[in-house]
Design a protein around this ligand. Structure first.
Ligand code: C2E
Ligand code: MG
Ligand code: MG
Ligand code: MG
Length: 297
């Protein structure tokens, strides 16, 4: 009846919801400005080889320092950028900066480091996406084999037709595709069969306290086996302790990433870290270098 309908309507417009909607709107406007003003930067989290304990590449992670509100986490503004479509521009910006930066390090340090860039579902809906990626790569000078695009299952669920074809097209250009946060979300095994991934990133929720939890470690063991069968490599995400590191290495993960080895770093800090790696490699008692005070490997 009308009365209960009215009550329902009022519930739809609670003050909290209004505030939320308003702040999302402000955030969107601010983000638009931020892109133009250079408030958006990219930080880089090193990804290490499990065996060699060497830096193999980085994940590019977007950072926003708001002039009034300070640091805003990507977890808070990426969803808004996705809803409003601004993610297309933001994603393109991060891709351009990250590819150019990675190439500059490779030239400077004589390395073949890879760069992983997160891509949202919305970006795949953009007609020009593939061309934008290949053109950006070419302009950066980076070899396509050193670019890894990280996608989550939402990309596969996104309802945009032809995702499989788009991924294949990117791969035939030499670009690698990583499935991010694997094991969370829907994790349908048919995705693994039907989409061409090069890398599985095993979500932190499986890695955290893995050494205390037999079921968790056996699950990761099977994920690693499955990846091997399908010709994919694995990254353990969110490794925070030496015990977790030892465990995922024993389970045969190819790469590790996490606060234990390094937090995401500003570009200057990465340069310093890479210089240290070179010095360490030249010294006789060569020891792996991490940004933290860890001797975990
Ligand atoms: P993600 O792609 O899964 O990135 C990994 C997140 O885990 C990053 O959070 C990273 O800082 C954090 N992390 C790494 N190691 C550890 C650890 O040992 N412990 C813990 N607790 N966390 C760790 P961040 O930078 O806050 O980014 C959050 C998410 O925002 C990312 O998750 C990604 O989904 C999204 N994101 C970040 N940058 C971009 C971007 O440029 N484009 C898009 N589309 N999404 C982005
Ligand atoms: Mg990622
Ligand atoms: Mg992840
Ligand atoms: Mg994530």
């Amino acid at each position: 009846n009308a009365k209960s309908l009215g009550r329902d309507r009022i519930e739809l417009f609670t003050p909290e919801l209004l505030i939320k909607a308003k702040s999302a709107h402000t955030l969107h406007t601010d983000l638009r400005e931020a892109l133009a003003d250079g408030q958006i930067t990219v930080h880089y989290q090193p990804i290490y080889g499990c065996e060699s304990a060497e830096i193999k590449g980085f994940e590019a992670l977007v950072r926003w320092r708001h002039p009034k509100r300070g640091y805003i986490s990507p977890g808070d503004f990426i969803p808004i950028a996705e809803e409003t479509g601004l993610i297309v521009e933001l994603g393109q910006y991060v891709l351009r900066i990250a590819c150019a930066q990675c190439h500059a390090w490779n030239v400077q340090f004589g390395r073949e480091l890879a760069i992983s860039v997160n891509v949202s579902a919305r970006q795949f809906a953009d007609r020009g996406f593939i061309r934008t990626v290949t053109e950006t790569l070419e302009a950066s000078g980076l070899r396509p084999q050193l670019l890894k695009l990280e996608i989550t299952e939402t990309v596969l669920l996104g309802g945009y037709g032809g995702i499989g074809e788009m991924l294949s097209e990117l791969r035939s250009a030499g670009i690698k595709i990583a499935l991010d946060d694997f094991g969370t979300g829907y994790s349908s095994l048919s995705y693994l069969m039907n989409f061409p991934f090069d890398i599985l990133k095993i979500d932190r929720s499986f890695v955290s306290h893995i050494h205390h939890d037999f079921r968790r470690s056996e699950t990761v063991r099977k994920i690693v086996e499955l990846a091997a069968i399908l010709g994919m490599r694995t990254i353990a995400e969110g490794v925070e302790t030496a015990e977790e590191l030892a465990c995922v290495r024993d389970l045969g993960c190819d790469f590790v990433q996490g606060y234990l080895l390094s937090r995401p770093l500003a570009p200057e800090a990465v340069s310093a870290l890479l210089s240290l790696e070179i010095k360490a490699a030249q010294s006789p008692s060569s020891k792996p270098v991490h940004s933290g005070h860890f001797t975990a490997l």
